[in-house]
Design a protein around this ligand. Structure first.
Ligand code: FNR
Length: 341
């Protein structure tokens, strides 16, 4: 059952467009600087995350593993991560830990990229022993634990019990030898949820907002229990990011969810994200043109990200935070109603 579901998720993520629904970044504007007084080769995209050097603030986010078809995909993504100095998370490893299923499809990610940032991935309800094995399996630098309540409820065969998540996350944070990153899978995190997670000791959040890969739309195609209107459920990525950052707490924030373009990445970094995560679009590019096309796509993405930094007068993506940023439309209205400046 799990194997079939994973295959269908891969197939549908490739077939369906990103969305429906907006990321909120259409309401966010970086202000053009006509006199940036910079050269392109002065723009530095590199950063550090969990003790690893990255050549750009980019994470190839959790997608696959545990089925034969995932091995080549993960190998290609890991090669991209190694070539461009990016971080990478593997897909949920529960199937690997509980069924020993296709372990190589996970392990290949570390084998291809021995010095890179690699993240393990399990459910936020996973036991400590399962999480430990997931970390060991890929010699991970950190563990992602995913929250995906709407996806489970949309699935006929999905989980129905979501109590005890905060206590479990607290235990994982306390007992795991690596940092724990709590991540949503595309429905976003509110300020209140982030606050609760931080209060149980979480220091890393991936807000995984709405507007990119949509697991309700995917489950609808698999004969799920929700409908088209419910595929609009969730907090748009830009909105979620601003909500969480408005807490002003000691937490590193990864922005994922429809960040399929360098302009959206720049906006997320300008709003204050420490890293941006990219998932579904990479599968589509890989399937459309293989490894060569994926590398060219990444060249263009990074060139444009540098260009956007320069066009605002920022020497690094983190200097984007100090440049003027304008938020209009529905996103501004949401923030106003929520009392967030
Ligand atoms: C995912 N995602 C995901 N997340 C997770 O924590 N564990 C997982 O096993 C998976 N599996 C998975 C499979 C496929 C095919 C896709 C496309 C995605 C969610 C992913 O990491 C990310 O949070 C969302 O896809 C939102 O990002 P994008 O796709 O809009 O860039």
């Amino acid at each position: 059952m799990r194997t079939r579901r994973k295959l269908e998720h891969l197939r549908l993520a490739l077939e369906l467009p990103l969305g429906p629904g907006a990321t909120g970044f259409e309401d966010v504007f970086l202000v053009h600087n006509a006199v940036p007084e910079l050269e392109l080769n002065q723009i530095e995209l590199g950063t550090e995350f969990l003790g690893r050097r990255l050549q750009a603030p980019l994470l190839i986010n959790a997608m696959s593993g545990g089925i034969n078809e995932a091995r080549d995909i993960n190998e290609s993504l890991a090669m991209l991560a190694a070539e461009y100095g990016l971080g990478m998370a593997v897909g949920s490893q529960i199937i690997g830990v509980e069924e020993d299923a296709c372990l190589e499809s996970f392990q290949v990610v570390r084998q291809v990229n021995p010095g890179g940032l690699v993240l393990a991935n399990v459910s936020a309800l996973a036991k400590v022993s399962v999480a430990m094995r997931a970390v060991e399996m890929v010699e991970a630098d950190g563990l992602q634990v995913h929250l995906n309540v709407p996806q489970e409820l949309a699935m006929a065969e999905g989980d129905r019990k979501f109590e005890g998540v905060l206590d479990n996350i607290h235990e994982l944070v306390e007992r795991l030898p690596v940092p724990v990153i709590v991540k949503e899978v595309g429905f976003g995190m509110s300020r209140e949820v982030a606050d609760k997670l931080i209060s149980v000791g979480v220091k890393y959040l991936d807000i995984g907002g709405h507007g990119g890969t949509n697991f309700i739309a995917i489950e609808n195609e698999r004969g799920g229990l929700f409908d088209e209107e419910m595929a609009l459920w969730g907090i748009p990525t830009a909105v979620s990011l601003i909500e969480v950052l408005s807490l002003n707490r000691e937490v590193k924030v990864i922005a994922t969810g429809g960040i399929s373009s360098p302009l959206r990445a720049a906006k997320a970094l300008g709003l204050g994200a420490d890293l941006v995560g990219v998932a579904g679009i990479l599968l589509k590019v890989l399937q459309g043109g293989g490894r060569e096309k994926l590398s060219r796509w990444m060249d263009t993405y990074l060139y444009r990200l540098k260009a956007i930094c320069l066009m605002t007068g920022a020497r690094t993506p983190f200097e984007l935070r100090r440049q003027p940023i304008v938020i209009v439309g529905k996103t501004a209205e949401w923030l106003r109603v929520r009392g967030i400046d």
